[in-house]
Design a protein around this ligand. Structure first.
Ligand code: UD1
Length: 417
């Protein structure tokens, strides 16, 4: 098993490019299931979750042509097996995103139920409820969702909970339904807007993506298109937080600052000086950070995917911070690991109280999930001495060439077997 070895304590300084967004690439790859034409996606990040999704689509019969590292062409014309097996779904819950498109275009889908995951229960009841409202017949058999529909019918769907992949699944399904679908209490994440833009280029009629009411007028068929996946706002936020925690300076290219308002506000509060333009962000931190309270909530509020990274920032900040996690019930697993590095954190229910200390100590730690891994990398980069992070396969699910990018910023980081 691979590990990362980090010698920390140096400010991170330099310039890097941000990759395409994992959470935008995954649904747009699934959009290929909605048409018999070829869908060409650019700026696709080279990540484990992306290769898992490509393997899943391939075993269904989708032909895939990867032109280079970031350009992928997909054609579902010869799709034969509309099944997502447990072995794949258990490693990547986003596999549920094939459900809506398969049902809408092929009339049938067999998708393994995802089950629990490290950060919480994460049910898919809203995906199922929405598809049933559109006329799908859904049975749960032997751990699989077996869904059938001759033709989905548009309807009004009020979601009980704001769900990102739930909104994406229903938006894709509704694109080929007959009549109008109105999704209320929809998620507003930028990745939903990115998917809607791709679907619109494919011929879908969608209005309101990015608001909590999305209206989709179903069409008979969708066609191919070329789409550029948006920049990864969580990768961007992770680098900005790492540099703030290390009191360094960074210039990021290929980014969208407008998707990061809540994160940037908190970094400014911590003391960072930030400037941004159309596709760049510059951050300079010339003093130790101040503590910042935060509460995670659906977009445009502070993202749960940035909570762990801000826990580390607060660990070495001046003051005490209160962090409240409202999206996932078990997303504080990094706390035990950070405590091994001397962080002073107390957890009560869904709240963590972080008392800042001058510096963390390097230690051997274990990654437990994707964003927790990122927080441990930041901790290692600012800690005194050596940090060895085990189980970094979590990190490879969502960060492209992370050690290479960090090395560009002057970090001493090495992957070992
Ligand atoms: C997506 C992101 C993930 C991010 C999360 C929250 C992708 C591929 N992943 O995950 O990185 O952390 O949004 O911003 O885009 N829920 C239900 N029933 C459902 C669906 C969800 O109760 O049918 C609950 C979940 O358990 C969770 C909350 O709703 O507590 C939000 O989950 P959701 O937005 O669905 O997360 P994902 O789409 O899985």
């Amino acid at each position: 098993m691979q590990k990362l070895v980090i010698h920390g304590g140096k400010p991170l300084c330099g310039e890097i490019n941000i990759s395409g967004a994992k959470n935008a690439a995954l649904p747009t790859l699934c959009a290929s299931l909605l048409t018999n034409d070829t869908l060409k996606l650019r700026n696709v990040p080279d990540l484990k979750d992306v290769s898992t999704m490509l393997s899943l689509l391939k075993q269904m019969g989708v032909s895939i042509l990867a032109n280079d590292q970031s350009e992928t062409e997909l054609s579902a014309v010869h799709l034969t097996n509309p099944t997502a097996p447990y072995e794949m779904v258990k490693t990547m819950r986003a596999a549920i995103l094939v459900l809506g498109p398969l049902l809408a275009h092929k009339g049938e889908a067999m998708i393994s139920l995802p089950g629990g995951c490290a950060i919480g229960l994460r049910p898919v009841d809203q995906h199922i409820k929405g598809l049933q409202a559109m006329g799908a017949e859904i049975m749960i058999e032997h751990g699989y969702i077996h869904a059938k529909a001759k033709k989905l019918t548009g309807t009004r769907i009020v979601m009980d909970i704001v769900t990102v992949t739930g909104t994406e699944n229903l938006m894709m399904a509704a694109s080929l339904a007959s009549g109008v679908t109105i999704l209320e209490n929809a998620a507003r994440e930028p990745e939903i807007v990115d998917l809607a833009q791709c679907l619109i280029k494919m011929g879908a009629k969608i209005e309101g993506a990015g608001t909590d009411i999305i209206t989709i007028q179903g069409v008979k068929a969708l066609h191919g298109c070329t789409h550029d996946v948006m920049p990864d706002r969580i990768e961007t936020g992770t680098f900005l937080t790492a540099v703030t925690a290390s009191s360094g300076e960074i210039h990021l290219k290929g980014v969208r600052a407008d998707t990061l308002d809540a994160v940037i506000d908190k970094l400014l509060e911590a003391g960072a000086i930030i400037n941004s333009g159309e596709n760049w962000i510059h951050l300079n931190m010339n003093k130790p950070p101040k503590s910042v309270n935060l509460r995670t909530a659906p977009y445009p509020a502070f993202p749960t995917d940035m909570q762990a990274q801000f826990m580390v920032l607060n660990s070495v900040a001046d003051g005490t911070a209160i962090i409240t996690e409202t999206i996932f019930e078990n997303r504080f697993m990094h706390v035990q690991e950070l405590k091994r590095m001397n962080a002073n954190i107390t957890v009560e229910g869904n709240t963590a109280i972080v008392h800042g200390i001058p510096r963390l100590d390097g230690a051997g730690v274990m990654a437990t999930d994707l964003r927790a891994s990122a927080s441990l990398v930041i901790a290692g980069l600012i800690a005194q001495g050596e940090t060895v992070i085990d189980r970094i396969y979590h990190l490879d699910r969502g960060y492209e060439r992370i050690e290479e990018k960090l090395s560009q910023l002057g970090a001493q980081i090495e992957r070992i077997n």
